[in-house]
Design a protein around this ligand. Structure first.
Ligand SMILES: Cc1ncc(COP(=O)(O)O)c(C=O)c1O
Length: 391
């Protein structure tokens, strides 16, 4: 007799526990023990969603027209709003009917794209350190992953020339993410052009994850992959309202790019979920149509916080510059520590939660990530605490 299954499916054994879950558990234990932990561990904006967006949600939530199953492919008005946003921001034109698909946050698109495009045994190229879902999504689809190390000496860009041709020939999909989590690096046009050319040459779908495209400082404006000539023939871009409008909890984003690829993800998703609550979609339309003032204001807050963190770390012996984009600080751990050891030391000694670099892959070892998405007073307190840290 088989009895009740107590072990999970084998494929779950292939993926490590989501790194933030492990550290969240440790932080919770400390808090239960009465310790006032300041978390700089997760990239989750502390600033609220702009009021105009919340108001549209409130009104739309009360309308029975929004209480039924939404369209699998998103409201036409939302796809139009996304197309307009791309045209204004990047001067890129999309057919909203075929080249844009709203998703339940970008994680929904990222985690599912291998199931739609990749067969077991195919190769997926993923940056390391990187957002872990590139690898776990590929593993769930039975793919093999090939690590593209990101290194300081290459400005945290993968070395495309180092990818063996045997790997490139088997690869079906490549992940890039700029502005980058966790390293806060940015990519210039020349690199993106080379990536498009590489993927075209090898028949690889280039997936660019761009949730931080609007979180940038001092006039810097990150590029969209789809601004690059020829990118739409090889590529997809994954986007999100999470970071741009402080909407991480709302779960709305999109994938856009080559129509047949977008269509395949849509085909998969009709079997996985039943779309996005329509009231959230109306709020997203309001967000996208409402201009950039709130996002610019949020970026000023992040820029100020970045300066405070850089000043603090530099006064303690680091030598870092505030980043050009993202709300992350990526810095080396002091000599004598590995990244988990240093993060534990900081948590135990001064009750500040930072993320060990190794949580983003083996090549993140030797670094830690800190997010400036804590309220000003809490971040200032965290910096005061770091000044007390004994190394
Ligand atoms: C690089 C990157 N991609 C995607 C996501 C997922 O964002 P969301 O699903 O909220 O759109 C995150 C979230 O932290 C991220 O850092």
């Amino acid at each position: 007799m088989k009895g009740t299954t107590t072990a999970g499916a084998q494929r779950l054994n292939l993926i490590p526990p989501y790194h933030s879950r492990r550290s969240t558990r440790k932080v919770q234990e400390k808090r239960r023990a009465g310790v006032d932990v300041i978390s700089l561990g997760i990239g989750d904006p502390d600033l609220p969603t702009p009021k105009r967006i919340v108001s549209v949600l409130q009104e739309a939530a009360a309308d029975p027209a929004n209480h039924r199953y939404p369209s699998y492919f998103g409201l036409g008005e939302l796809r139009e709003a996304i197309a307009n946003w791309y045209r204004e921001r990047f001067n890129v034109a999309f057919d909203p009917g075929t080249e844009i698909l709203p998703t339940l946050g970008s994680k929904d698109g990222i985690s599912h794209v291998p199931l739609a495009l990749v067969d077991p045994g195919d190769m997926v190229l993923a940056p390391d350190p990187g957002y872990t879902v590139y690898v776990t999504g590929a593993v769930m689809a039975g793919a093999e992953t090939y690590t593209m190390p990101l290194k300081a000496e290459n400005h945290w860009l993968p070395d495309l020339d180092a990818i063996p041709s045997s790997v490139a020939e088997r690869a079906r999909l490549m992940w890039l993410n700029y502005p980058n989590n966790p390293t806060a690096a940015v990519a210039e046009r020349e690199f993106l052009e080379r990536a498009v050319e590489f993927c075209r040459r090898h028949g690889i779908v280039l997936c660019h994850d761009a949730p931080y495209s609007e979180i940038a400082f001092d006039g810097y404006r990150p590029l969209s992959l789809l601004e690059i000539e020829g990118a739409k023939e090889v590529g997809l871009e994954f986007h999100s309202l999470s970071k741009t409008y402080n909407m991480t909890g709302w779960r709305i984003g999109w994938v856009c790019g080559r129509a047949d690829l977008v269509g395949l993800i849509g085909q998969l998703k009709t079997n996985n979920d039943s779309g996005i609550f329509q009231a959230v979609q109306w709020a997203a339309i309001e967000a996208l149509n409402g201009g950039e003032a709130e996002t610019f204001a949020a970026c000023e807050v992040y820029a100020r916080r970045h300066r405070l963190v850089a000043e603090t770390l530099n006064s303690l012996g680091w030598s870092i510059k505030p980043p050009r984009a993202t709300f992350y600080v990526w810095a080396p751990v002091p000599p004598g520590y590995d990244s988990i050891g240093f993060a534990s030391h900081v948590l135990d000694q001064v009750a500040v939660n930072i993320t060990p670099g190794v949580g983003f892959g083996a090549h993140g070892e030797g670094y830690f990530r800190l997010s400036v998405t804590a309220p000003d007073a809490r971040l200032a307190e965290a910096m005061d605490r770091l000044r007390q840290l004994k190394l």
